[in-house]
Structures are given as structure tokens and as C-alpha cells.
Design a protein around this ligand. Sequence first.
Ligand code: HEC
Length: 302
Amino acid sequence: MKRLFAFLASLCISFATQAQTTTTTSIWDNPMAKFYLVVSFIFVVSLLVLLTLLYLLKVINLLAAKAAEEKAERLGEVYQPEPSLLHRFWININGLVPKEKEATLVLDHNYDGIKELDNHLPPWWKALFYGCIIWGFFYMLAYHVFNSFPLSISEYDSEVAYANAQMQKTKAANPGAQINEATVVATTDASMLANGKSTFLNTCSSCHRKDGGGDIGPNLTDPYWKHGGAIKDIFKTVTNGVPGTNMIAWGGVMSPEAIRNVASYVLTLQGSNPVNGKKPEGELFKPKTTAKTDSPKAQSSL
Ligand code: HEC
């Protein structure tokens, strides 16, 4: 015993010193962890207490049954064990009729000696059935007559409205998510273009070559395009891919922001004329706007 105590003490001390020396955050720093530990400890202890009580009860029952049996023997009677609490409960909730009283259930028809018992539905079933009818009555009053609670459809509508409001908030906080093929504008920002370039080298160059000269995929440096050469076209091609070709839809893999960056980078390759570039494919693309202008008048004339 002494040894055990010494071992436990040394264990505690080693834990304590370890806790002092370690600087990394452990799971025990979380206050919830302690809470769960205490709760599970209480749970396990209560479970053990309960099991012990049940066992004791069983022993007491057994002793009582034994005593009753001995008493009956002494009096010269036939010992008939009392049905257990659980058994009586079972009989009651199912409305079971004992075999001796079966005659009360026999229906008065008799087919060639075959008789039929008119067993009742179990009381729990009837309670559930009538309970449902009563519940349904109050439910109808509350939901359809007095409109005290929202119906499923209005609950759904309010949840959708809430989700939409939440989405608007997220979008407002994160402008990148608002980029789509209708709104995208080519970026000239150096860091965004650098980001686009690294995406291109990592993800696209295997098919379009590092310099964009084309390999499995077409040459991206010439003014000929199969799917349009405007930023919105390129954004769309990259986002949706070209079904039936090796050009997959990158929209599921990359954020709209990343696609805007790589599409803008692709546009900077125009006219770079790399050696051994692939032959032009598609049609000559003429940009609709040659000069970028902020004047609404000039824009409307285009
Ligand atoms: C597995 C090979 C492969 C990869 C990787 C790939 N592409 Fe493509 N890409 C293709 C092929 C093939 C086509 C031609 C589709 C067609 O025939 O219409 C294409 C077409 C395109 C086009 C349209 C060209 C045109 O003429 O209209 C653009 C723009 C493009 N890719 C950009 C990209 C970008 C940006 C990436 C990287 C995010 C990328 N691709 C990654 C194979 C690839």
C-alpha cells in the first residue's frame, strides 16, 4: 500500500512539473474540457451506484422469494411466486388477459369448432391514438385558427430571408465573392498579377506551357481565341471549363478572386510571342474597347 501511495505521489509530482515546464497549450487549458471531465466522472459514478443498487435489489428480492417459499412449505401450501414489478407493468400497459380469463374474450361465433378471441388493443396504443386526436385538435386551433405560431412555409421564408441577409453581409465584408463573369474587371494590381502568375505556373502551365505558348491547351499569347479573348470571356472559360476537353471547370477549385487574377495574368501574355508557340486557334479577337476611359459619354458611344 505504501508503495502504491509513493508511486501515485511521484506520478502527481511528475505531472505537476511537466505542466509547469511545457509551454504548448494542452487540451486541459480549455475550461470546457474540465467541465466535460467532471460531468463524465459524475456520470460514471452515478452509473456504478445505480448498478450496485439494482444488484442489491435483486439480492433482496431473491431472499424474500426464498423466505416466502420456505414459509409456504412450512404451512404445506403450494408456493406461487409473485409476478415482478416489471412483469406487472408489462401486463398493465398491454392490457393482457390471463389465460384463466380467456373465456371472457371468446366471440360468440364458432366455425367448425374454431373460435376467435376478441383481444383488445393495448392501452398504450389507445392512449396514443386518442392523444393524437386531442393534440391534432389543439394543433389545428393554434396553427390554423388563431395563427399563434408560424406555419412551416413562413418559417422557411423567414429562414431564407435570414440566410440571404447573412449572405449579403458576408459579401459586403468580402468583395472577392462578388466577382463573377458579369462584373469581372481585369486587374492591373502588381500583387494580384503576381498571384495570377504563380497560379498559372502551378496549375495551368502543364497544358498551356509556362510562357503560355500552348501545348495540350491552345496558345494564350496570340489574339486568336476559341472562346473569346475579353477578360469576361476568359473568366467564364476558366470558371466553367470547356466540356469534353481537357480544360476542366476551375470554378470549383479556385475562388473567383483567384480566377480573376489568373485571367488578368493571361491577358498580360498577349503579344509576348514565345518561341515555338502553338499555331493560332479560333477567331481573331478584336477588343470592343481599345482605350480605357472613365467618361460615361465615351462609354455609351461604344
Ligand atoms: C489539363 C490541361 C489544361 C489545364 C491544366 C488548363 N487548361 Fe486551359 N485549356 C485546355 C484545353 C485543351 C483548352 C482548349 C479547349 C477547347 O478545345 O475549346 C483550353 C482552353 C483554355 C482557354 C480558352 C482559350 C481560347 O482559345 O479561348 C483559356 C483562357 C484557358 N484554357 C486558360 C487556362 C487557365 C487559366 C488554366 C489554369 C487555371 C488552364 N487553362 C488550365 C487545357 C488545359
